[in-house]
Design a protein around this ligand. Sequence first.
Ligand code: MLT
Length: 267
Amino acid sequence: MNQAGKTNADTLWTIDQGQGPVVVLVHGFPLDHRMWQRQIDALSKHHRVLAPDLPGFGRSDLPPDAKLEMDCYAQSLAELLDSKGIDEPVHLAGFSMGGYIALAFSRKYADRLASLMLIDTKAAPDTPEAAKGRDELAKKVMETGTQVAAEAMMPKLFSQVTHGRQPEVEDRVNEIMLDQSPEAVATALGAMARRPDSTPGLAKLDIPVLLIVGQEDAITPPAEMKKVAGAIKDAKLVTIAGAGHMTTLEKPGDVDEAMLAFLNSLD
Ligand code: MLT
């Protein structure tokens, strides 16, 4: 199978590439499936990789009058699997906001998971101050456009090495962010501000979990991910040197290697 496109008006636009055990890649904020390009190519050699655009992002529609919560994004992933007739447990990878959604999925649909990969993410909710900042940013995005969100994110995303030596990675991420609609961006900001604490659910996870974090991640730092790993029964934490938050694009080879080693140890 090597195809992309909507199966019907109600499901997410998704890359669907390769054959084998199913791996679902859930992108971060405010991005789309393109942040996973290298992982899609690497993993789809031996797996069926689904890389959807979340509601409103990329080529997926935002439901009218959406006031989404993490559970709604998780539900859209379950519906995507249903629409493709996938009922076997899947390997679910979530990057940052995608990790918040993956954790929501693990609470709602535990029996649909074979493993979890949590990448540059965290389990704790926003502080009241951070949530207020998100609501203010959402308002500005609706008034002036997506650029203001991209400007807020860009300085926090990359390691020193990437900043100095890989300007094309920064340009690519900025370009993907600017492609997103203000409505999708504002909706996701609201959903992140209201997301529940996922920490209590960590001890209940009874599947293997891989955690990956960039050593210089300023948004979801290694110390935060160490805490998450420490609360999970079967967890392995990989720290990527020379990467900030955007590990999948800053150090794609290292991320591919960690994900493939983990998946190969399971299949
Ligand atoms: C992301 O990369 O998805 C966001 O930085 C997550 C966040 O802002 O909490």
